[in-house]
Design a binder for this molecule. Structure first.
Ligand SMILES: [Zn+2]
Length: 221
C-alpha cells in the first residue's frame, strides 16, 4: 500500500517535471517558471513514504537469509505490514502455512510487532535484549524449523531452542551475546510456553536432544 502511494507520488512529480520541460514557454511566449510545488512536494513525500518501504524490504531480506540458513532450504520471511496486521486475527506471533499435501510452505509470516522487535534488536548493540526481543529472535528460529520440515510444535520448538544461538550469531551478535540470548529463552521463556510447545523429551540425553554445541544444556557452565 505504502509502496503504491510512494510510486504514485513519484509519477506525479515526474509528470510535473516532464510537463514543464515540454512546454517551457506559455501561449504568449513567456518562460514558464519551474513547478516548484508540483514537483518538489510529491518528490519529498515520495522519499518520506519510500523510506519505511525500503527498510521493510531490507529487514525481510536479512531475516529470509537467516531463515534459509537455518531451514536448509530457500525460505522467505514475510513481515506483516500495518494494514495486514489489522485484518489478521491469528493469535500466533508467526506461522507457516501447510500445503494441501501436508508439507510446510517455505515462507513464514511474522507479525508486525515481532518484526519490530527484531528490527529494534538489530539496531541495538545486542548487549541487553528485552524479553520481547529474545522472543522475536526465537520466533524466527521456530518458524525456520517448521520450514525445515518439523511440523509438531513441540519438535519445532525443541529444535529451535537448540539453534537460537546460531540465529543470533547469523544476525550479527557475538557468540557471547548469542549464548546469553539462547539461555534467557531456555531458562525464562521456554518453561512458560503452552503445553503443546513443550515436551519432557526436550532435554539433555532425551529423544529430541541433538547434542549440538548450541543446545542450551550444553551452554550452561
Ligand atoms: Zn509453530
Amino acid at each position: 500500500m505504502l509502496a503504491a502511494i510512494s510510486l504514485g507520488l513519484g509519477l506525479l512529480s515526474l509528470g510535473a517535471l516532464l510537463n514543464w520541460s515540454r512546454q517551457r514557454v506559455d501561449a504568449l511566449g513567456r518562460p514558464r517558471g519551474f513547478p516548484v510545488i508540483g514537483f518538489v512536494v510529491p518528490a519529498v513525500l515520495m522519499v518520506l513514504t519510500a523510506v519505511p518501504v525500503v527498510r521493510h524490504h531490507r529487514l525481510e531480506g536479512r531475516l529470509s537469509e537467516v531463515a534459509s540458513e537455518l531451514a536448509g532450504v530457500r525460505a522467505d520471511i514475510i513481515c506483516q505490514t500495518l494494514g495486514e496486521s489489522w485484518v489478521d486475527s491469528r493469535p500466533e506471533p508467526g506461522y507457516v502455512k501447510i500445503t494441501s499435501d501436508g508439507r510446510p510452505e517455505r515462507r513464514a509470516t511474522i507479525t508486525l510487532d515481532t518484526c519490530g522487535d527484531l528490527q529494534e534488536w538489530l539496531e541495538s548493540d545486542r548487549s541487553a535484549p528485552t524479553t520481547d526481543q529474545v522472543m522475536a529472535v526465537h520466533i524466527l528460529t521456530h518458524e525456520s524449523m517448521h520450514m525445515r520440515g518439523l511440523l509438531p510444535e513441540d519438535e519445532a520448538e525443541c529444535a529451535a531452542v537448540q539453534r537460537d544461538l546460531n540465529t543470533a550469531v547469523l544476525l550479527g551478535a557475538t557468540r557471547e551475546q548469542a549464548r546469553d540470548l539462547a539461555l534467557i529463552y531456555w531458562t525464562d521463556l521456554y518453561p512458560r510456553m503452552p503445553d503443546a510447545y513443550r515436551t519432557s523429551s526436550c532435554q539433555s540425553g532425551e529423544d529430541l536432544d541433538e547434542n549440538l554445541p548450541s543446545s542450551p544444556w550444553n551452554l550452561i557452565p
